[in-house]
Design a protein around this ligand. Sequence first.
Ligand SMILES: NC(=O)c1ccc[n+]([C@@H]2O[C@H](COP(=O)([O-])OP(=O)(O)OC[C@H]3O[C@@H](n4cnc5c(N)ncnc54)[C@H](OP(=O)(O)O)[C@@H]3O)[C@@H](O)[C@H]2O)c1
Length: 246
Amino acid sequence: MRNSDHRPANVALVFGGSRGIGAAAVERLAADGYGVAFTYVSRADKANLLVAAVEAAGGQALAIQADSAHPEAIRQAVSQAVDRFGTLSVLVVNAGLLRMGTIDEVSLQDLDLMLNVNVRAVYLAIQAASPHLQDGARVITIGSNVAVRTGMPGASVYQLTKTAVAGLVKGVALDLAPRGITVNNIQPGPTNTDMNAGAIDMLAERSPLKRVAQPQEIAGLISYLARDEARYVTGSSITIDGGLTL
Ligand SMILES: NC(=O)c1ccc[n+]([C@@H]2O[C@H](COP(=O)([O-])OP(=O)(O)OC[C@H]3O[C@@H](n4cnc5c(N)ncnc54)[C@H](OP(=O)(O)O)[C@@H]3O)[C@@H](O)[C@H]2O)c1
């Protein structure tokens, strides 16, 4: 029997898994033994390479094209993941985008896009996945340390969206607690991904540890929250930013 023929006991779905923090989460959860479905919006090349890498390491992965800006695409992604692997043990809602601009610069289009992908889609992903989450499952959102403090102009909409996610998890944690499902929000600081291309040196200089995070360090916290020993952690926003917001 090929490895891809059997259904894994533990299943994770990662929204926005083709690059950066999401891709590191896919690789880490696959290494932890999960069958992992993940979405991407446009980078099929990266998504396919990631599936190949997981399979080469003996794991199972499924790439799903789904734009989180569209509610129906979110629902379809959940259906495809469940059809392939079965009910979900872990949901990671990571897809997000950053468009900088001061209050005088941000367009209505960028405002709507960030609200839809960074906030509405987080709620809709959890809502769509909820009927398919096992009792005791884990929901993990990826917010940002900018919910604590940005210290720079031009990030107000991004800060608005990530602060909204920190609030959202508190309420959803109470909604899902009767099923033993935990809901937590990871707030990374600057991390070495495409989102920060060109700004890594500047961001490292601002950090007390004089470096940015590696995506694998954020994935390590995702892995912890998915484990049994984290079952009493819920409704929390956990900042992992090398002390930047202290
Ligand atoms: N990097 C940081 O410093 C940092 C710090 C704090 C928080 N965060 C948060 O961490 C998360 C991941 O950031 P990252 O730096 O890893 O970003 P990234 O390198 O730009 O990767 C973004 C990922 O999300 C996917 N995505 C973007 N828009 C999407 C959409 N509309 N529908 C579905 N998928 C979508 C992308 O898919 P494609 O590959 O198809 O484009 C990609 O897989 C975001 O929520 C971000 O706000 C990042």
